[in-house]
Design a protein around this ligand. Sequence first.
Ligand code: IMP
Ligand code: MG
Length: 187
Amino acid sequence: MSNNMLDDISEVFFSREQLAEMTKRIGSEISRDFADKNLLMVSVLKGSVVFMADLMRNITIPCRIDFITAASYGAGTSSSGNVDITKDLSEDVKGYDILIVEDILDSGNTLQKLSDFLMTKNPSSITICTLLDKPSRRSPDVKISAKYIGAEVRDEFVVGYGLDYNQKYRNLPFIGILKPEAIENNK
Ligand code: IMP
Ligand code: MG
């Protein structure tokens, strides 16, 4: 059996080059919009680390970074409404304009819970940036939305560039769709 992850991908959704363009575009929008603010980028672990690393290097204004982990119970390819904060921020956010950096906005449950949680820490503001958005999947009770979006995607499960399937494929340098047999083999 092959141990090459590339064999598990049926279609490339976004190439390295397209991802580089997205981060560049969003980085300049953020640099412009937050020029007079006190930017604190909060990366949602683990999925957003690759995007975060590229995005922050496309931001030309001073910023701080921090990390948070939100776990949604239940494995598989969709999240439940139950979200736990399993790793909190390491610094005080009072007076900071938080930019939440997420890999993908799906049902929106994770970011809704995360925004509500961060709001209790009294930051100056909270804005959401997501690499991918699947608007067709949004839960009706979710109120949040992303101001910065790399691209909208149809309802397909995608992996790579930080995004995983059962913790695998995060290190692919592009975003692609898994073959059905790869989903079966990695369950
Ligand atoms: P939500 O709470 O339903 O919005 O789910 C958000 C989280 O589910 C994301 O941060 C991802 O970790 C995961 N997720 C949702 N869709 C995908 C996908 O297509 N590929 C990989 N992970 C996904
Ligand atoms: Mg995630």
